[in-house]
Structure formats: structure tokens, C-alpha cells
Write a protein that binds this ligand. Structure first.
Ligand code: NAP
Length: 260
């Protein structure tokens, strides 16, 4: 009889896989990077600030994981290209790409200028597209790949001045479907994880208002807001062999927020 450990390992182990996680130095990305690394993957985290990157990698290596960081600015196309090459040079071409780096600038729609629009699209949409173009075809050629984008409930509904942010996340879900259509026949699945409200530095202002936080928690079915660690299991599932027949999907990890 197969032991449960061997069975679970066959389904979910990421041993011998290599992952690149953008935004892996903070919040949801940091939790996802940790989950993939603890499930066996070699993980490269990409973001701008070296302090958060270094402390993430320190934590993971202290835990016996293989991890490294690349500092890069994903708001310019040259920055994305440079970061991609640097990331691939560490442990080799990735089997798993997680696009988690994101920004949420919230000017009221009437005041939303071209600068905010351009920066939002550059980080939240152009970078995932360019990284997909860089790594997707190689994954398809090797016969295995996993592309995971982190979107938002704002891909589905207007919420607290969605502005450019909601548009970028809606497009990112469409990108996942286009990538799934192109590369799933070659073993590369492309999906998105859709957070509700998660207490991270991204929404520090909203998180500092206890009444708003309580009201948002009440809108879930589980009665609480999300924490970054809520994404660990779903990320490992989408990165693993187990999810080979799941592609082009948007999977809400939101305590039921989206269906309440
Ligand atoms: N928290 C929520 O409630 C929530 C809800 C829905 C969706 N999301 C999505 O989840 C993802 C992660 O968000 P989070 O809440 O975990 O936010 P976070 O803690 O602020 O993390 C954002 C990450 O993105 C990196 N980043 C930002 N701009 C970058 C740039 N120009 N180049 C490279 N890296 C950049 C940041 O590092 P540096 O600043 O060092 O570059 C950081 O690692 C985002 O895509 C966000 O839209 C979050």
C-alpha cells in the first residue's frame, strides 16, 4: 500500500521545480514564495527593496529551503527584462511563475491621470505579460509549466475606487485565459488566485480603520478578513502536478466574500 506521505508527495511535491515569484518580499507574495519553497521548489523572489527581499530569503534558507532574490523594478519593460534574465540565471529557467507584484493607487476616477494609469498597467499587467512571454514558451517546450497570477475581487466588481487597478486586474484574468489557451496543450496551466480583502502593507490605510476592517470581515462567509498565509495551500495546489487539469480559471481565496 502506498503511504499517505508518498501519495501526497506525488500529488503536491515541488521537489526539483524552480519558481520565480514577483512581489515575493511582502504580503501575499512572501507567503506564496514560502509555501512553494517549503513544498520543495527552488524559489527566486523579485521586487525592488533589498531589505524585504533579503529577509525573505534569510527566513527561507534558515528553514532549509533553497531561495534567492533579485532586485528589479517591474514598472519598466527594460526592468522586467533585466529581472527576468537575472532570475533565470540563479537556478535555471523556471517551471513556475507567480505574478504577485502589484500596486493599488486610488485617486478618484475624475482625478485619475495618465501617470497613474500607465504605472498601474505597467506593474500589474505589462510585467505579467512580458514575464509570460519570456518564460511560457520554454515551459511549453519542456512539457510542464505553471503560471499563476494574483488578481483581485476588483477584476469582478467595483470596490473602493477601483480606477485603473480594477481594469488592470480584469485584464490580467483575461491574460491568464489567453495564456491557458496557448500553452495548456503543452502541459502549462495558467490560472489566477483572486484575493478578497487581505491585511497586508498594500492596504495599510484601509487596514488602519477598525470599523472598515470589521465591516469587510462581516461581508465574508467565514467572518474574518484574509491573511497572506491563506494563499499557501491554493498556491501549492496550482503549482503542483495535482492541478494539471485546472487551467484558465480564477480561483477566489476570499472566505466567501465574492459569493455573499
Ligand atoms: N492585500 C489585499 O487585500 C489584496 C487584495 C486583492 C489583490 N491583491 C493583490 O495581491 C498582490 C500582492 O499584494 P499584497 O497585498 O501582498 O501587497 P504588498 O504587501 O504591498 O506587496 C507588494 C509586492 O509587490 C512588489 N512591488 C511593487 N511594485 C513593484 C515594482 N515596481 N517592481 C517590483 N516589485 C514591485 C513589492 O516590493 P517592493 O515595494 O520592494 O518593490 C512587494 O513585494 C498584488 O498584486 C495585489 O494587487 C491584494
Amino acid at each position: 500500500m502506498t503511504s499517505s506521505r508518498a501519495y501526497l508527495s506525488d500529488l503536491f511535491s515541488l521537489d526539483d521545480r524552480t519558481a520565480v515569484v514577483t512581489g515575493g518580499s511582502s504580503g501575499i507574495g512572501r507567503a506564496v514564495a514560502g509555501a512553494l519553497a517549503r513544498a520543495g521548489a527552488r524559489v527566486v523572489v523579485v521586487a525592488r527593496k533589498k531589505e524585504g527581499l533579503a529577509s525573505t530569503v534569510e527566513e527561507l534558507t534558515a528553514d532549509g529551503c533553497r531561495a534567492a532574490w533579485v532586485s528589479g523594478d517591474l514598472s519598466t519593460r527594460d526592468g522586467v527584462r533585466a529581472a527576468a534574465e537575472e532570475a533565470a540565471a540563479v537556478f535555471g529557467e523556471p517551471d513556475i511563475l507567480v505574478n504577485c507584484a502589484g500596486i493599488n493607487l486610488r485617486p478618484p476616477m475624475g482625478e485619475l491621470g495618465e501617470d497613474v494609469w500607465d504605472t498601474t498597467m505597467a506593474v500589474n499587467l505589462d510585467a505579467p505579460f512580458l514575464l509570460g512571454q519570456r518564460f511560457g514558451p520554454g515551459m511549453a517546450e519542456r512539457g510542464f509549466g505553471r503560471i499563476i497570477h494574483i488578481t483581485s475581487q476588483q477584476a469582478h466588481r467595483a470596490f473602493v475606487q477601483s480606477g485603473a487597478y480594477g481594469v488592470s486586474k480584469g485584464a490580467l484574468e483575461s491574460l491568464a485565459r489567453s495564456q491557458a489557451e496557448a500553452w495548456s496543450p503543452y502541459g502549462v496551466t495558467c490560472n489566477t488566485l483572486v484575493p478578497g480583502f487581505v491585511m497586508t502593507p498594500l492596504n495599510a490605510r484601509l487596514s488602519s480603520d477598525p470599523d472598515r476592517v470589521a465591516a469587510l470581515a462581516a461581508r465574508t462567509m467565514t467572518g474574518r478578513n484574509g491573511v497572506a498565509e491563506d494563499f499557501a495551500g491554493a498556491a501549492v495546489f496550482l503549482a503542483s502536478r495535482a492541478s494539471g487539469y485546472v487551467t484558465g480559471q480564477s480561483i477566489h481565496v476570499d472566505g466567501g466574500f465574492s459569493v455573499h
